[in-house]
Design a protein around this ligand. Structure first.
Ligand SMILES: [Zn+2]
Length: 280
């Protein structure tokens, strides 16, 4: 019996009135993935996007797989990974929306303080979205293949967990690793960046061949684990050094763009850079 993985990518979505953005280019939210892990008949979905319209597209995509969805597993408590679950849960009423205990707490906290999310994508998501409940077992299973949720550590502000499918040497990484997209270092500090690097080490220790990043440029060349790990590490290290040497937001953005101009979602870099000079 086999297990397979399919990835839905939301693409970039416009942010109508992004704080601090003066470029003529449309500011966008990073392209986000939801991953279906399927056996012969059953399937499990990892993460569920944020807006209602992309949630509807996701539900139709899962239905088109013809599988019975038993579980929607949420990697971490940021709304852009679970507020879009509604249409999928409506299409599969038997499916359970679950997460590890600390992620459930983070998700509850996120749902209580939506101020920033309203500024970015207000009106596009369901403010009364379902909150995951605590997953009661350590292991999920698809057709006899182990599917392991693992808490690896903090990355972009909250505890991040990943889903390891050892038989496919694959990890669905949530926001621990990014693939060809600027990384969410908004309000990061030298300490949180060091923590994130340690979390990447924990991901590397699983020795995956494939990493499905929670934020992935739709045109990224592949999901090669080594490439994704290396680029995520280097990006954080470079941002850390650039912050230490920069005197302004523009200076910091300029230093990063020298190396990362080809990456998706420059708004992420602007937001991250601005947060380093605004400690209010
Ligand atoms: Zn995210």
């Amino acid at each position: 019996m086999s297990v397979s993985i399919d990835v839905f990518n939301s693409g970039y979505k416009p942010i109508p009135n992004p704080p601090g953005w003066t470029s003529p280019r449309q500011a966008t939210w990073p392209a986000t993935t939801a991953t279906l892990i399927s056996g012969t008949t059953d399937a499990l979905l990892v993460d569920a996007l944020i807006t209602t319209s992309e949630g509807e597209r996701l539900a139709a995509w899962v239905q088109a797989s013809g599988k019975d969805l038993s579980t929607v597993y949420i990697t971490h408590g940021h709304p852009d990974h679970f507020f879009g679950a509604g249409p999928t849960l409506a299409a599969f009423p038997q499916a359970q929306l679950v997460a590890l205990p600390e992620v459930v707490s983070d998700a509850q906290r996120s749902a209580r303080s939506l101020e920033s999310w309203r500024a970015w994508l207000g009106g596009q998501f369901d403010e009364k979205a379902a909150i995951p409940t605590v997953l009661t077992s350590d292991e999920l299973e698809i057709d006899g293949h182990a599917v392991r949720p693992l808490a690896l550590g903090r990355s972009d502000g909250v505890l991040n967990t990943v889903v390891h499918v050892p038989d496919l040497a694959t990890v669905v990484s949530g926001d621990v690793a990014y693939n060809n997209i600027h990384m969410w270092l908004w309000r990061s500090t030298p300490e949180t960046r060091t923590e994130w690097l340690a979390t990447l080490d924990a991901l590397a220790a699983l020795r995956p061949e494939t990493i499905i990043a929670g934020h992935r440029d739709p045109d990224a060349p592949d999901d090669d684990a080594q490439r994704v790990l290396d680029q995520s590490r280097h990006y954080i290290e470079d941002f850390d050094k650039a912050v230490a040497h920069s005197s302004s937001v523009a200076d910091l953005v300029g230093r990063m763009m020298e190396r990362y101009a080809a990456y998706g979602n420059p708004y992420t870099l602007l937001a991250a850079a601005a947060s380093q000079f605004d400690r209010s």
